[in-house]
Design a protein around this ligand. Structure first.
Ligand code: PHE
Length: 344
């Protein structure tokens, strides 16, 4: 029996020396030390031994078991170490590698200026209105005191879709839509940002698509001085406290009187430079007192109510604010241009 035990030990150690992985090791453990394993099988014969032999064989069996266990233990540790090392190697991250920057978008400068202007007027109690870009001739022209064949329609060369539908040439139709919605109630105090379209040859300062912000206030006793005060407050918030305005008489069929409004040039402070063409002033908007005919057509009694309106060119303001020399930059979507506004 002793010989069988020793032979078993030799065989087990021999096989163990050739194991290559955890699975084989487990199999061998079961094969030699398991409940139905080879060692148990031999020990089953213990009953036939004499009382003197039994402890001696028992001790030998324990030694064999111990020797096999020790080797299994050693192999086990070796496999675990190798596995840990393999995982560490596979999952290594090189923290010194430069990161891949996530591409961040930027708010378009036109959107940025619109938001800024909205904030200023919201602060003065205005709400923001919107209207369609494909507009009815009635709202774009007729209700603004520009009947069909009126010569002033030529001021705004239009993209017509049908006889009665066109791409709006200005945001002023939203004045009419708002007044209709308000059904003669006051106060009306809105601004309306949006895209407008004109048949123009595109160059550094002209675009067939551009952006306006319309303003409209209607109430009792609204006067030209309210318009002037509002616009002064507005430009000082937008361009800085030192900014002044100048109103020049002008003509729009839907306002009377009408005025074009200039601001002191932010580049030179009014002393004259390249941007203001040495005049010290820059035109940014058209404005005036809402024409009585316009009020009347939209359901407001001009004897009782009066109002002012203005229409501001957003690209023009953005060009002045950020010193942009060509309006086409806004629409050609060159990322090198747009990326300059990431941090604004
Ligand atoms: N709608 C005019 C334009 O596009 C601007 C304007 C708006 C003038 C409101 C007066 C009042 O030129």
């Amino acid at each position: 029996m002793r010989e069988r035990l020793l032979a078993l030990k030799e065989e087990a150690l021999g096989e163990l020396s050739r194991v290559e992985n955890q699975q084989q090791l487990n199999d061998l453990r079961v094969k030699y030390l398991g409940k139905k394993g080879r060692l148990t099988e031999i020990l089953r014969g213990m009953g036939a031994l004499s009382a003197e032999e039994r402890p001696i064989i028992g001790q030998a069996a324990n030694e064999v078991r111990g020797a096999i266990e020790a080797v299994i233990e050693e192999k086990q540790t070796g496999f675990q170490k190798a596995e840990t090392e393999a995982r560490l190697a596979a999952e290594t991250i090189d923290v010194t590698l430069p990161g891949r920057p996530a591409a961040r978008g930027a708010v378009h400068p036109i959107s940025k200026v619109i938001e800024e202007i909205e904030d200023i007027f919201i602060g003065m109690g205005y709400t923001v209105a919107e209207g369609p870009e494909v507009e009815q001739d009635y709202y774009n022209f007729e209700a603004l005191n520009l009947p069909k064949n009126h010569p002033a329609r030529d001021m705004q060369d239009s993209f017509y879709i049908t006889d009665e539908l066109l791409m709006r040439t200005h945001t002023s139709p939203v004045q009419v839509r708002t007044m209709e919605k308000m059904k003669g109630q006051v106060p009306v105090k809105i601004i309306c940002p949006g895209k407008v379209y004109r048949r123009d040859d595109d160059d550094a300062t002209h675009s067939h698509l551009f952006t306006q912000i319309e303003g409209l206030v209607i109430d009792r006793n609204i006067r030209m001085s309210d318009l002037k005060g509002t616009l002064l407050q507005f430009v000082q918030e937008l361009f800085g406290k030192q900014t002044q305005i100048r109103m020049r008489p002008s003509f729009f069929p839907f306002t009377e009187p009408s005025a074009e409004v200039d601001v002191t040039c932010a580049m030179c402070g009014g002393s004259g430079c390249r941007v203001c063409k040495q005049t010290g002033w820059l035109e940014i908007l058209g404005s005036g007192m809402v024409h009585p005919r316009v009020l009347e057509m939209a359901g407001y009694d001009p004897q009782e109510y009066s109002g002012f309106a203005f229409g501001l060119g957003v690209e023009r303001v953005a060009m002045l604010k950020y010193d942009i020399e060509d309006i086409r930059h806004f629409y050609t979507n060159d990322l090198r241009f747009l990326k300059q506004f990431v941090h604004l």
